[in-house]
Design a protein around this ligand. Structure first.
Ligand code: ZN
Length: 286
């Protein structure tokens, strides 16, 4: 599933491919993806709009579209109106530049764009169709309920420590809660906890302030590394710069112990039993 770095990489691509261009045609036929409106309503709402900006918060993208000023002498009842598309890539969603009008494999939505007479195409492809492109007048709850975004907002250690101090579940599970920090997924949590030297099973409320600082540092480290890997020419998805994710049975790059794999909250979790120490709640006296 795309996490913060992959979605940010997508956003940067989309800014290059779509910003400042006018949507002159849309092909959308899948009613599953373009909720809550029907494909026909989706097409009519975005056609003729210009793409002002593409923002990201956690794993969500937001396209802000503005009505292109009508040509002289023509009236438009939509002038000045702003349309917003909230997009989530789900499990397998992806945006790609399409070389021709021929739909790509697993293409669900196709945008035809124009700027200064030049036409280009961007396709949304999604084999499992768990992604979504929602038109909304006001921010959707899925967007407003998100916690701080580590890249856009930074990580406020005291605020994060307060949040974690109220949670009893394993730190790895709590980090996946999008209301705690937006955009952290399975891979980024695994890598950050390895960097921090903390056992993923440690209860969140057993962590010290220094532990929280180490996790914040670990998250910044892994997000920056993953983004840099994605942006590297010839880099991209799949390969990944990961130190321990998916490497069960391999030696730990830090202490050489064999990496282990467990299930935690239903998610596969790799960790090092050697250098990732388990934190325990201190027993209260009296
Ligand atoms: Zn180790």
């Amino acid at each position: 599933m795309p996490e913060l770095p992959e979605v940010e990489y997508t956003r940067r691509n989309l800014e290059r491919w779509m910003r400042g261009r006018t949507i002159v045609g849309v092909v959308a036929t899948d009613p599953l993806l373009v909720r809550p409106k029907s494909p026909r309503e989706f097409v009519s709402a975005v056609t003729g709009q210009s793409i002002a900006t593409i923002e990201r918060r956690g794993k969500w993208l937001r396209f802000v579209l503005t009505e292109v000023p009508p040509k002289a002498g023509r009236r438009s009842d939509r002038a000045g109106r702003e349309t917003t598309i909230y997009a989530h890539l789900g499990m397998t969603g992806w945006f790609e530049q399409a070389p021709s009008a021929e739909p790509l494999r697993f293409q669900r939505v196709g945008f035809e764009l124009e700027r200064r007479g030049k036409r280009t195409r961007v396709a949304y492809v999604d084999s499992r169709r768990w992604g979504r492109l929602w038109i909304a007048e006001a921010p959707v709850p899925a967007w407003t309920a998100l916690g701080p975004d580590p890249l856009n907002d930074g990580i406020d250690v005291p605020a994060l420590a307060t949040k974690l101090g109220r949670r009893k579940r394993a730190i790895k599970e709590v980090l996946l809660d999008q209301g705690v920090l937006a955009g952290v997924g399975n891979i980024q949590a695994i890598e950050a906890l390895w960097k921090a030297g903390i056992d993923p099973r440690s209860p969140a409320d057993a962590l010290s302030r220094a532990d929280v600082r180490a996790i914040a540092h670990g998250l910044r480290w892994t997000i920056a590394r993953t983004l840099a890997d994605l942006e590297k020419p010839g880099g991209g998805l799949g390969s990944g710069p990961f130190r321990i994710y998916g490497k069960k049975g391999a030696p730990c790059p830090r202490c050489d112990r064999t990496l282990a794999r467990i299930e935690l909250g239903g998610r596969t979790t790799t960790f090092c039993p050697g250098c990732q120490k388990r934190r325990r709640r201190r027993r209260r006296k009296g």
